[in-house]
Design a protein around this ligand. Structure first.
Ligand code: RB5
Length: 144
């Protein structure tokens, strides 16, 4: 189960991503926004971040205008490793090296085709482990 959320700046791309996940048969839960009215990205980052950190959802996708605000906010939630990836290489490496559990996207930065490709890469790529596990563990220890 993927947790998904956006503010108004990511609302249209969220709809595209949800339609894409439907076409792939991938289950998701939409944490809002429920309309394109102006709203605050921190609210959706908190909801999706908590769903992922608690284990209720395996991974998350967050979208705002640039992806910046919503990724900064999500990374304040303990247990979250949110990666802002506006290209395919970063999406692959965020999983392989950083074990990112939330992908952030910028609707005002990306075309829909590239955004959906980034989503595909994020949800289909695993963590390499090994030396990267030690590094990720050090990152998570910074939360203490
Ligand atoms: C909203 O206008 C915009 O600031 C927000 O979606 C995001 O880009 C913030 O980082």
């Amino acid at each position: 189960m993927i947790a998904i959320g956006s503010d108004h700046g990511g609302f249209k791309l969220k709809a595209e991503v949800m339609a894409h996940l439907d076409s792939l048969g991938v289950e998701y839960r939409d944490f809002g926004a429920k309309s394109s009215l102006s709203s605050d990205y921190a609210d959706y980052a908190e909801a999706v971040g908590k769903a992922v950190a608690s284990g209720e959802c395996e991974a998350g996708i967050l979208i705002c205008g640039t992806g910046i605000g919503i990724s900064i906010a999500a990374n304040k939630v303990r247990g979250v490793r949110c990666a802002l990836c506006n290209d395919c290489f970063s999406a692959e490496m965020s999983r392989r090296h950083n074990n990112a559990n939330i992908l952030a996207l910028g609707e005002r930065v990306l075309g829909v085709g590239l955004a959906l490709r980034i989503v595909d890469i994020f949800i289909s790529t695993g963590f390499d482990g090994g030396r990267h596990e030690r590094r990720v563990n050090k990152v998570m220890a910074l939360e203490q």
